[in-house]
Design a binder for this molecule. Structure first.
Ligand SMILES: C[S@@+](CC[C@H](N)C(=O)[O-])C[C@H]1O[C@@H](n2cnc3c(N)ncnc32)[C@H](O)[C@@H]1O
Length: 255
């Protein structure tokens, strides 16, 4: 089902490559189209000659803030009125440091919600400058999502990363061979090392087991190498994985 998805951004040009390059472009066009992307520029909803969308911070904080009234107009006039959709049918997301931290599980969750809430249209609000006036966040935003514990100069890159990674979970976007369920994180481990031609590269050969066609042995090799790689590169993931593998204690009383 094709649904509208809105992004409020001062820099719509960030979203062109996502729609034109790579595997995820499929969700914006052709028979796998899921998303009818609408880019709304807050500058189109300004009232002064300078088209200003930001202003000084009350109390003397550093930098400038995006104005609540301009962003509100972008939603009320640019989406609700122009798109003929009610406020209740919008789910407004603000990427920012205070949000739940994005990961694969959250990407899957958003993809599921996106499909289940057939009526809901998702809106991403990209902040710039020192962020957004709190009153807009209070009155309009339904969910805060963070890309991680670092500061970006704008919400566009966070929105792009979120769109790209949640779109991979929409059915049919990835072919069977590229399946999201075979990627790192899906069961708590990283994907293992993989090889393609040539069979020998700078003196290194492909592990023999992968060239012999013995499926059981290949499966065992894959699990073992995933464990090794996870232990080595992401000991934090390995620790969590081990906890999920422990047999659960039962609360059966002794007779
Ligand atoms: C320079 S940041 C504002 C940071 C804010 N002054 C603070 O200290 O929390 C401008 C915008 O970038 C986006 N942004 C910054 N860091 C982000 C993160 N970790 N995840 C998602 N978006 C982020 C948000 O849209 C934010 O409004």
């Amino acid at each position: 089902m094709v649904k509208r998805l809105w992004v409020v951004t001062l820099f719509p040009e960030y979203f062109k490559p996502l729609q034109e390059a790579g595997i995820v472009r499929r969700i914006f066009q052709g028979d796998k189209k899921y998303i009818d992307l609408h880019l709304i520029n807050p500058r189109d909803f300004t009232t002064d000659n300078y088209q200003s969308v930001d202003d000084y911070v009350y109390g003397g904080g550093a930098g400038m803030l995006m104005r609540a009234d301009i962003l509100a107009r972008a939603i009320d006039e640019g989406i609700i009125e122009a798109g003929e959709v009610s406020r209740e049918k919008l789910h407004i997301i603000a990427p920012g440091p205070r949000g739940r931290v994005w990961n694969n599980q959250l990407a899957r969750e958003v993809a599921e919600r996106y499909q289940v809430d057939e009526e809901k249209e998702y809106v991403w609000i990209c902040g710039r400058y020192e962020g957004i006036d709190e009153r807009f966040l209070e009155n309009y935003v339904d969910e805060h999502l963070s890309l991680g514990d670092f500061i970006l100069s704008g919400g566009e890159i966070a929105t792009l990363a979120m769109l790209d990674s949640f779109a991979r979970f929409l059915p049919g976007v990835l072919g069977h061979a590229e399946g999201a369920d075979q990627e790192s994180f899906e069961d708590g481990l990283l994907e293992g090392p993989q090889y393609t031609r040539p069979p020998e590269f700078q003196g290194k050969t492909v592990p023999e087991v992968l060239t012999q066609g013995h499926h059981k042995k290949i499966e065992a090799y894959h699990l073992e190498s995933r464990v090794e790689l996870t232990k080595k590169h992401r000991p934090d993931l390995w620790e969590k994985y081990q906890l999920t593998q422990r047999p659960k204690k039962t609360n059966r009383r002794k007779k």
